[in-house]
Design a protein around this ligand. Structure first.
Ligand SMILES: [Zn+2]
Length: 337
């Protein structure tokens, strides 16, 4: 890739729509928080923890991810974690971020729901005040737990309804199909929450279909396996259902063996509304710009693709029409230069 394209990728205004805030905890911060909160880690050093990031699949990652999150106890911890992510996002010219958080990862350890969301929300508010960063919070249900637990979490979130734009579904996909959460998603829809779900990452294309039909989601997180089902691919293209693709995550979790094997170009060629995101940047080798750079380095992607991906990121967001248009105009102006 030439230097000009690399600069374009880095400088272009973009939105990030698939990023788990707990997945932005860098080993250094995990150790700092462990010390501050006197939490004992099963790793002797930052280096040893980083070495453990050699994942073989989604589950091997989740085991370490939950261990990392165990250092988050106080509101300030959630603030510090979120603030660290926001600094990276700012450097990457992320103008709008829709951030996932996993309340059950915290409430199941005895950390109150409010402690987590208030810390995250306060950091987002400060970033908005300091450099005009736009953001929203999406609460995810852990799909390896029961639907009853998700309903209970939804109940706990009610006092914070004004801080949450939508709900999602994450954690271990295989063996936990979308239909397991049909009731809780129906309830969320009634409440006016926006709906997304992870589907078709490790799970089959059928999970994408049931997420759309039974959960009524508006975006599919990952969704890269849709290409195995041509009728489904056509439907996603026709209905402009956005896919929040996370390339480096897919490589780290062995959905694809190497960067050059990723199906990003095929997804774009199929006419899908693809976006590029970092998923769990501290664990998967980079923030959103690194995802762009590595994909464009390895695949036949050019400036037109960059333009399309930047536009898609805002078009697929849950911003209101006016804010969306403002950012789309910014993207157009940037590429006209
Ligand atoms: Zn994810």
């Amino acid at each position: 890739m030439d230097a000009a394209l690399r600069e374009t990728l880095k400088q272009m205004p973009k939105a990030e729509l698939h990023m788990h805030i707990e997945g932005s905890l860098e080993p250094e911060l995990i150790f700092a928080l462990a010390e501050r909160n006197q939490v004992k880690l099963n790793y002797a050093s930052v280096e040893e923890l980083r070495r453990a990031y050699a994942f073989t699949d989604l589950q091997s990652f989740l085991d370490i991810y939950y261990a990392g999150a165990s250092v988050l106890l106080k509101e300030q911890d959630f603030y510090d974690m979120t603030w660290a992510y926001l600094q990276h996002a700012r450097e990457d010219n992320v103008k709008h971020a829709e951030i996932f958080f996993d309340p059950q990862t915290h409430t199941d350890r005895g950390v109150p729901f409010g402690t987590a969301i208030n810390g995250i929300h306060r950091a987002l508010k400060d970033a908005r005040a300091e450099w005009g960063m736009s953001s929203a919070i999406i609460m995810c249900f852990l799909r390896h737990l029961s639907e009853e637990a998700a309903l209970e979490t939804l109940e706990q979130s009610m006092p914070y309804r004004d801080k949450i734009i939508g709900v999602g579904l994450d954690s271990s996909e295989r063996g936990h199909p979308p239909e397991k959460f049909a009731r809780v998603f129906a309830r969320c829809k009634e409440l006016g929450l926006r709906l997304v779900a992870h589907a078709g990452e490790e799970g089959p294309p059928e999970y994408i279909r049931t997420a759309l039909d039974l959960l009524k989601v508006e975006r599919i997180d990952h969704g890269v396996r849709c290409l195995e089902d041509p009728a489904l691919t056509q439907r996603l293209a026709r209905d402009k259902v956005p896919l929040t693709v996370c390339p480096l995550s897919n490589i780290k979790l062995r959905v694809f063996d190497k960067v050059g094997d990723h199906n990003l170009v095929k997804l774009l060629d199929a006419g899908l509304t693809v976006t590029v995101n970092s998923d769990d940047p501290a664990y998967f080798g980079g923030y959103v710009n690194e995802n762009f750079v590595q994909m464009f380095d390895a695949l036949p992607l050019d400036k037109n693709h960059a333009y399309r991906l930047a536009r898609n990121s805002f078009a697929a967001s849950f911003l209101d029409a006016q804010a969306k248009q403002k950012f789309l105009d910014e993207v157009d102006a940037f590429f006209e230069q």
